[in-house]
Structures are given as C-alpha cells and as structure tokens.
Design a protein around this ligand. Structure first.
Ligand SMILES: [Zn+2]
Length: 257
C-alpha cells in the first residue's frame, strides 16, 4: 500500500511539474485532475449494507485516513478519496485567503446513537413523536446519516449565523463558488425548493463522486426496518426517515450524475 502511495505521490509531482507545459486551463482543472489520479490508486471498500448503515469501525478500515491536525481540533477520519479532494480544496481556498477547518467527519452508528440519545434525553418533556421531530431538525437517526460514509464534512462552524457575515460569509461564498469543482456540494440548503428533511446547514458539504454511489446503494438495499436499536426508532417509518431525510437533499445533489 505504501509502495503505491509513493508511486502515486511521484506521479502527482510529475503531473504538477508538467502542468505548465500542457497549458492546463485553470487551477481548478488541475486540482480536479490531481484528485482523479490519486483516487485511482485507492482501494475501494466493498459496498455493503453494514457500511452504509455505519455499522463498522472506520479507524480500522484501510480505505479511511485520519485528518491532519492542521485542519481540525479533534480526531477526524474520512474516506481517503474524500480527504484528497478536501486537501485540494483547502489548498485552493488558502490561496484566496480562506481557511477551511473540519469540525466533524465520519461518525459511525455507535457515535450517532450517542448523539441521538443525548438529544432524546434533552427533549424529555416532549411527547415521543415531537421529540423525534425536534432531534431530526439537525441530527440524523443512527443508521441514516451521511456522516457514516466518510464522504461528508462539517466545516468551520455548526452555526448558520456564523456564515451570514464577516469571515464566515467569505468562507460560505467561497464554498458556494468553488466547492463543486472539487466534488463537494451543500446538501441541506434552505427549503424554498420544497426540499424536506433537515433544516438548512451551511456547514455540511458532501463529496458526491462517492456519496452519490452510496446513496444509490442505500436506496436499493435499506428500508425503515433497518433503522433500529435506539430510543424512538419505532417512529422511523412514520417520519419517512428514508424518503424525507436520507433523500431530503438539495436539487443539485439529487440531480448529480
Ligand atoms: Zn453534518
């Protein structure tokens, strides 16, 4: 594996060195080409139901890697392909004076369950269905989160208002204008298009070259009966967890090919 990494690194270097001669159209073209080359070298995890439901240990999976602490204040893992694309994006952002930091990356079923149960207890005064809907404003049921896949990242802040002014607004505008070039899309936009599911999340960006494949598999293999094993899971079907939440996506994400 290390051997392939070295070859990949050398080929990346030579590609970069030759790029001026080949008159690559723009920096963006170069970055996406670099991502494609390096991603060819990666192994891909077998796509299984357990994987898309988050029932695995990403820290022991060779297709995942830990994010450098230069980009995050905690232990974060991502699929290697996602991380390569993020590095290219962060590098380009830096040249425009924008710093991208990863607040959250992969979370497996167990971790999502602990978030869910904490909020379940927090909203203990509500009736069960209201409780479920309250948590679902921003948090996924365990087994239904895109964060299970190693493709989705929360950037810079978990507060929409941060992105409305000052530095946060600059970050958000840069992402809106450039992230798609690197394969990252905002998944939970405002609901003016009729999108259902989670509220607006300006921080949540998904690496669609991988995530779109995983969603397709998820929709083919998973039913609401698979969303189980936590408080309130009996409401999974009633709240349309798969149709309205797993598939409650921005149009650009739904239409991604
Ligand atoms: Zn997120």
């Amino acid at each position: 594996m290390f051997h392939y990494f070295i070859i990949g690194f050398i080929s990346l270097l030579s590609f970069s060195c030759n790029s001026n001669d080949k008159k690559v159209n723009s920096e963006k073209d170069l970055n996406i080409a670099e991502i494609k080359i390096s991603n060819k070298l990666m192994n891909s995890t077998a796509l299984t139901k357990a994987f898309v439901l988050g029932k695995f240990d990403y820290s022991k999976d060779s297709t995942f890697t830990q994010v450098n602490i230069a980009f995050t204040h905690k232990t974060v893992f991502l699929k290697k392909e996602t991380y390569n694309a993020f590095l290219a994006m962060a590098d380009s952002a830096k040249k425009s004076g924008i710093t991208l930091a990863i607040y959250s990356g992969t979370r497996n079923y167990v971790e999502q369950k602990s978030i869910w149960e904490r909020k379940w207890n927090k909203y203990g005064t509500l009736k069960p269905l209201e409780r479920v809907n309250k948590i679902l404003e921003y948090s996924a049921m365990p087994g239904s989160s895109r964060h299970h896949w190693g493709t989705d990242i929360d950037l810079n802040s978990l507060n929409n208002s941060y992105f409305n002014r000052g530095n946060g607004l600059k970050v958000y505008m840069w992402l809106k204008n450039n992230a798609n070039t690197f394969g990252f899309y905002q998944v939970y936009t405002d609901k003016s298009s009729g999108r259902k599911g989670y509220n607006l999340e300006k921080w949540h960006w998904s690496y669609l070259p991988l995530a779109s494949k995983y969603l397709k598999f998820y929709n083919a293999e998973v039913t609401s009966e698979d969303i189980e094993g936590f408080s309130g899971s009996e409401y999974a079907e009633q709240v349309n967890i798969i149709d309205d939440y797993v598939n409650g996506l921005a149009l650009s994400v739904k239409n991604y090919k």
